[in-house]
Design a protein around this ligand. Structure first.
Ligand SMILES: *[C@@H]1O[C@H](CO)[C@@H](O)[C@H](O)[C@H]1NC(C)=O
Ligand SMILES: *[C@@H]1O[C@H](CO)[C@@H](O)[C@H](O)[C@H]1NC(C)=O
Ligand SMILES: *[C@@H]1O[C@H](CO)[C@@H](O)[C@H](O)[C@H]1NC(C)=O
Ligand SMILES: *[C@@H]1O[C@H](CO)[C@@H](O)[C@H](O)[C@H]1NC(C)=O
Length: 600
């Protein structure tokens, strides 16, 4: 069984028979990043060289933030075979799982099939860099395997690097090391081109079943203007705001940690480990406190204490597990009580509540809506960050709590690296620079603008606003108002705006200037859909939910995005298949009689 594993069906599904697999003749991943907006195409061609009909499966792992925007499948005939209508119909219904796209069709002997999936995403700046992660999972060594990445950033690249192939989902520190063998990186001031094309030998040396890993690129941009970078193309604009070099504002941070019975064992151990490093990393001037809860709530100290006495706290006795039961409501109220007296105090600190739970509310108030409204009233201006530890946590409730209270929610996966995940999340919010940031576009030239009021701006992150401008507008004035380490500041200026004329300077990077200017338009649609979906989550009014879902659906259809409110169906035209052109390239226009996708 194990010996023949390497010869199994294309993607090693559950049943493993000792039969040779179809040949993947080509596997190409191309990604073009223009100003953080990444369009990625995964193209795979398979050939059924066997004498029996087999299932050809095409699987792509994509980032959960990405939207699929195109999928095509092409068949090539040769003299030996004719694809039977009946066969090719099977498996054409595509279900989008959270992060895996899969389609399977049966391929008669001699058939050549080519799959091509395109997805789009806005890369998010975290801890001072953007990450582009490309899954390479052909299921076998491939003769012709390439990865091609271009990155163009008009304000300049401060660095770009390719990480070693990531073969495990686990975080492993900072992933230092050399790029995989045969990686070429060409870089100039504003753009970079990366080419990776390992030989079969190089692939086999990684694993006899070929590469099964993520190819990861990290980069950051220069951004000298304190007001950021605005780009206007064809009636749409995007504004990237990420001032560098501001002083860090001290914080009052409360860790609210679930210690109910279900946390027992590994989870509490990892939490303690993470808390040890986190408390060790508190900055001078930071104050903190810890609340633990199960059916009861224990507050470590009556008041916040300064960072100097942090390390002594994470003792076994403090994290002693109590009984079962998860009283989320009481824990939130206790946290809010600690925060609220601060509102009047003169010292400027950013109040943050980091709330970790691995379960659902089971004791005290358990109705989600009541917990939400209680928390909203109690927390006032504190930002609440919800960490859902493992699959049993009520992630939806945490997301809604965070939306309501100036924060975000994250999953912490129950895995060997959970402590690193926790620490990584904390690092993202550890250095507040500005609060209550309002970006305003002057002279009433902008409309349909995405959210432009942000509760916090953390070091290493970025705020992004997209919108439309009135016809003919090439310039946009922006005003910013925010609270920094001392006071409310207001700035107003003209940001040097990139327009169509700017494209020239990026010529040498991207061949495709058309794609270059349409990115702002698609980025606007992408961001607007995301925001509508969030707003839908943040309301309980059914008619408002329906309206938001409708709007999101309309936009998704218009821009051909597969989103949670749409689904992808593959349409198969009735054309005579024997006339199908041989197509190797995803971009080829001559695919008419082949199945194509549409979003419904
Ligand atoms: C690999 O595939 C690409 C795209 O189909 C093609 O242009 C190229 O010629 C192929 N290279 C080899 C060595 O077959
Ligand atoms: C969610 O709704 C609440 C009011 O119900 C509002 O205060 C909050 O700003 C909303 N959050 C987002 C992200 O829109
Ligand atoms: C969505 O599109 C349909 C059909 O084009 C239209 O009737 C409807 O009003 C649109 N809904 C929203 C919320 O824009
Ligand atoms: C999808 O991809 C195919 C082949 O690359 C192309 O012909 C088609 O225009 C694309 N569709 C969209 C909506 O981009």
């Amino acid at each position: 069984y194990l010996l023949c594993f390497g010869l199994c069906c294309l993607h090693c599904v559950t049943v493993c028979a000792c039969v040779p697999q179809m040949t993947v003749t080509e596997y190409h991943v191309r990604s073009s990043v223009v100003s953080r907006y990444a369009v990625t195409t995964v193209h795979s061609s398979v050939w059924n060289q066997l004498s029996v009909t087999k299932e050809a499966a095409f699987e792509v792992d994509l980032p959960s933030a990405a939207f699929i925007s195109n999928f095509t499948m092409a068949k090539q005939m040769n003299n030996l075979g004719k694809i039977n209508q009946k066969h090719s119909k099977s498996g054409l219904v595509i279900k989008r799982e959270i992060e895996r796209f899969r389609v399977a069709v049966s391929a008669p002997p001699g058939a050549r099939l080519s799959f091509c999936l395109t997805y789009e995403e806005l890369l998010i700046r975290r801890l001072g860099r953007y990450e582009l992660s490309l899954g390479l999972r052909a299921g076998q060594p491939v003769e012709n395997l390439t990865v091609e990445v271009t990155v163009s950033e008009r304000t300049g690249l401060s660095f770009i690097r390719v990480l070693p192939l990531k073969t495990s989902r686990l975080l492993n520190g900072q992933g230092d090391g050399d790029p995989p063998a045969s990686t070429l990186i060409e870089k100039n001031k504003k753009c970079a081109r990366i080419h990776y094309s390992p030989s079969v030998q190089q692939q086999t040396s990684l694993s006899t079943q070929g590469i099964n890993a993520d190819f990861i690129v990290h980069y950051d941009v220069e951004l000298r203007d304190i007001m950021g970078d605005i780009q206007v193309y064809d009636g749409y604009f995007v504004h990237y705001f990420a001032p560098r070099g501001l002083p860090v504002v001290p914080k009052d941070v409360i860790f609210v940690i679930d210690i109910s019975g279900s946390m027992i064992g590994t989870k509490i151990k990892q939490t303690k480990q993470a808390m040890g490093t986190i408390l060790g990393d508190l900055r001078e001037g930071d104050h903190f406190n810890i609340i633990t809860f199960s059916d009861r709530v224990q507050t470590w100290r009556k008041d916040f204490i300064s960072e100097t006495s942090a390390e002594s706290i994470v003792t076994d006795t403090y994290f002693l597990l109590s009984s079962s039961g998860t009283n989320i409501n009481a824990a939130l109220i206790s946290a809010a009580r600690l925060v609220s007296p601060l509102s009047g105090s003169s010292s400027r600190r950013v109040p943050l509540v980091i709330f970790l739970t691995d379960g659902e509310a089971t004791i005290g108030v358990t109705a989600g809506d009541t917990i939400l409204s209680n928390a909203r009233q109690a927390l006032s201006t504190a930002s609440l960050f919800g960490l859902a530890f493992g699959d049993d946590a009520d992630f939806l409730l945490l997301k809604r709590l965070a939306l309501d209270n100036r924060g975000v929610a994250r999953m912490v996966y129950e895995d060997a690296d959970a402590a690193l995940q926790l620490k990584g999340f904390y690092d993202e919010v550890a250095s507040p620079l500005l609060s209550d940031i309002q970006l305003t576009y002057l002279d009433e030239q902008a409309f349909d603008v995405t959210c432009s009021l942000f509760p916090n701006y953390f070091q290493g992150s970025e705020l992004v606003v997209a919108g439309r401008v009135k016809p003919g507008v090439k310039d946009l004035k922006v005003a910013m108002s925010a609270v920094d380490s001392k006071q409310r500041v207001k700035l107003e200026n003209d940001v040097s705006v990139a327009g169509s004329q700017e494209s020239d300077s990026l010529d040498e990077c991207v061949g495709d200037l058309e794609g270059m200017s349409s990115f702002v338009h698609r980025l606007w649609a992408y961001s607007t859909i995301k925001e509508l979906l969030l707003a839908k989550l943040n309301t309980t009014d059914p008619s408002l939910q329906r309206l938001l879902a409708d709007k999101a659906t309309n936009l998704s259809l218009r821009y051909n995005f597969v989103t949670p409110v749409t689904s992808l169906v593959v349409v198969k035209p009735d054309a005579d298949e024997t006339t199908t052109q041989a197509t190797n390239h995803c971009s080829s226009a001559q695919q008419s009689p082949s199945p194509h996708s549409s979003v419904v």
